[in-house]
Ligand binder design. Sequence first.
Ligand code: NAD
Length: 453
Amino acid sequence: MTQSTLINPADETVVQVVAQTSIDEVDDAVARGVEAQVRWAALAPAARAEALRHFAEAVDGAVEQLAWLEVANSGHPITQARWEAGHVRDVLHYYSAAPERMLGAQIPVAGGIDLTFLEPLGVVGVIVPWNFPMTIASWGFAPALAAGNAVILKPAEWTPLTAMRLAQIATESGLPADLFQVLPGRGSVVGERLVAHENVRKIVFTGSTEVGKKVMAGCAEQVKAVTLELGGKSANVVFADSDLELAAATAPSAVFENAGQDCCARSRILVEQSVFERFMTLLEPAITAVAVGDPRNEDTQMGPLVSKAHLDSVTAYQPDDRDVAFRGSAPTGPGFWFAPTVVVPPNRIDRRVTEEIFGPVVTVLPFTDEADAIALANESIYGLSGSIFTRDVGRAIRVARGIQSGNLSVNSHSSVRYSTPFGGMKQSGLGRELGPDAAAAFTETKNVFISST
Ligand code: NAD
């Protein structure tokens, strides 16, 4: 049996050793999932809703425990980790309303009536990344279960602990056995097997664009449904007419939250030329004020990067002070630390501008006018999120419509609400999660004609 040793990113101590799932074990889990799904789908919708409410309540009772697990496993600041665990509870509550609202249609046709039914798909594979292990998992498993499916969740290699605990909590709360299984293991073993298995009828993949393309190709082999939530390189567009103090004060959390390991990170700040210097003057104290340190501390805003390998990857983009305007602070000693770093690159094609660094490095570039701002924001293979700071409502709408991105916010950097759709354009993804339609995305519409003659 292969094992994986999990390292605490803040102090490099061993957290836990986790057994890795084999291909045979994946196959067994899928077989059990197939049977569990049939029983689950046969329950009355109200009974499924009640089971999901109990699951949500059990997560609520375990918020503190889940949060501290995430602190140890992922290095997330405790206040952030509490929010993440609470978000899982809220997502479950929201989708517990779905089973009783899976409405079909009655369509007028000649010679009878036509009815449609939203039928569950069967077993759904949810493959998640390491940056928000609990929350992103819940965006897949909660609506999939609500729609009458069984779920097999594969957490990322580095961060399986909260997902594994959620599976236990599900069972303790009374969710039927084998309905929600969590299989820690390698992407090349568990992930690939879920994609290739003919009894897994949909894959929800969140991760890098590179792996997402492989997953999509694998799903094509069996005409399997797939949702892809992939990389990002989002723009934070600051116009001269905006509340510059607000834009500068919120820019650090828009990119450095979760140490920049955020698909929605606004890692390109674009500032109208006429206020560039003023914005930078306001930004510097906001950056140096970011509290970077021990994630167990209630006041910490930014923790370490998730692993040594990821620290090396981020450092390769910014190994020295080249083009650095200013930096925040970071602890020295054990742990995978990287200080918040603001870069003014020499041009728009620098790889720090075009590639997803996924760490606390932000580039700041000037633009000339509205058209230039939109063009610059769109100079990316990605299109996940973004912000627009302006006091002109008409401009806010024009620019929001002009930027090729799935989630935009005006005078804000909020991207994720469980009640609104979330997903990317271009190479940031395919399909939407969250919002009122997410459970239906885990069904197929069946059309039944009943003759009246
Ligand atoms: P990754 O693509 O390396 O891995 C994601 C998951 O896929 C992991 O569980 C991994 O084990 C698994 N995997 C790896 N190879 C596989 C394969 N061949 N078949 C099936 N599964 C496989 O991504 P990561 O490094 O864990 O996460 C960071 C990336 O995720 C960033 O690009 C980030 O932008 C993206 N992300 C996107 C969103 C979104 O909602 N759009 C959210 C969070 C993270």
